[in-house]
Design a protein around this ligand. Structure first.
Ligand SMILES: [Mg+2]
Length: 353
């Protein structure tokens, strides 16, 4: 939550009005505004919201935020039409190690094609797909991704229709498990984050997934687990050709992305293009989310907003990697840092197979 000069002005004006109206006691929202510790879960929310979260300051602050912005009469009340929440996907609601799912699916396809055709294996980018195997060279993924990222990601599905690609991702995620945890890719969501999205939907938030991954992949992996309409998945976009046929309109992937990529400044840009208004809650896990988080917490329309940062500090149950720039910015802007080790009672949605 961020209390800027404008916020304080709004609250000061509201307090004056309350006093003039003969109000004796500041509302709970006013108490929250002056920095009291988070209240217990509101009676208006479910008896046990966010059951996979450990009790503590992080859960308390989230529950209190939801209660305050949804309670009619609260100075922090946000009407349903403006009650927008945006979530990053990879590393925020879904495991992104050792690779993002988009990369994992692309590598698998390149290797499949290369194994069917040894001649292909000598060509780029099929050759590159064999250069890094997370099982044998843990920790080397960053260099690999930087070097071959676009080549690997864009090439294997050029010429496919969006529906073919989406179906391919769905069947891959439903049949393949990650090597370390043995969890189906379709179930590698963080259970506490799925619960948070459900809590927001129950409280009439409009939830959007705003991901750097391909938009069709985001739809393919999220639609089964999250109860959101297709228009609420905003990802990086592949350039498409259009084909009109008996099966309706088909979209053919050109194998090149359309700017702006949905990372960094691309997130607020795409939120502006696709949604047209700022969120009041944003959640992310890397410095690529700073723009989106800032867009939410500098929302000029409402005094109470919330930025949430997921800190991967649990190398045992997940992976330990931290984004120093994001954590610095979170400290500077007053964003809530959720520490996976301390705040997540459970980590993954899916069981081991
Ligand atoms: Mg992320």
């Amino acid at each position: 939550m961020k209390y800027g000069l404008k916020t304080m002005t709004v609250w000061a004006a509201t307090l004056c009005l309350l006093v003039l109206a003969g109000c004796q006691t500041p509302s709970p929202a006013m108490s929250a505004a002056v920095g009291k510790p988070p209240a217990a879960a509101s009676a208006s929310l479910a008896a046990n919201p966010l059951p996979s979260w450990r009790e503590g300051a992080a859960k308390g602050r989230i529950v209190e935020f939801v209660e305050e912005v949804t309670r009619p009469g609260s100075v922090a009340y946000v009407p349903e039409k403006d009650r927008l929440a945006t979530f990053d996907m990879d590393g925020t609601i879904y495991c992104e190690k050792p690779y993002w799912l988009a990369m994992t699916v692309a590598l698998d396809e390149l290797k499949t094609v290369a194994e069917e055709s040894p001649a292909q294996r000598r060509r780029s980018p099929y050759r590159e797909a064999f250069l890094y195997d997370p099982a044998h060279a843990p920790g080397a993924e960053a260099d690999f991704v930087l070097q071959y990222f676009l080549l690997v990601l864009e090439t294997p599905f050029a010429g496919w229709t969006q529906q073919e690609y989406q179906s391919h991702v769905e069947s891959f995620a439903a049949s393949q498990s990650d090597a370390r945890f043995g969890i189906l890719y379709r179930d590698q969501f963080y259970r506490p984050m799925v619960e948070l999205i459900e809590l927001l939907l129950e409280n009439r938030f409009q939830v959007y997934i705003v991901s750097g991954s391909d938009q069709a992949l985001v739809r393919a992996v999220c639609e089964r687990q999250l109860n959101l309409p297709p228009s609420h998945y905003i990802g990086s976009q592949n350039a498409l050709n259009v084909r009109y046929g008996k099966a309706g309109v088909e979209f053919l992937r050109q194998g090149a992305s359309v700017p702006p990529s949905n990372v960094g400044d691309g997130k607020p840009q795409n939120i502006h293009y696709h949604i047209g208004q700022a969120p009041v809650l944003a959640v992310g896990n890397t410095s690529d989310d700073i723009g989106m988080l800032t867009m939410a917490t500098s929302n000029p329309a409402y005094p109470l907003t919330l930025g949430v940062v997921i800190d991967h500090d649990d190398g045992e149950r997940e992976y330990a990697y931290q984004d120093a720039r994001l954590l610095d910015e979170a400290s500077r802007q007053g964003w809530l840092v959720v520490r996976m080790k301390e705040d997540f009672g459970e980590v993954f949605l899916g069981p081991k197979r």
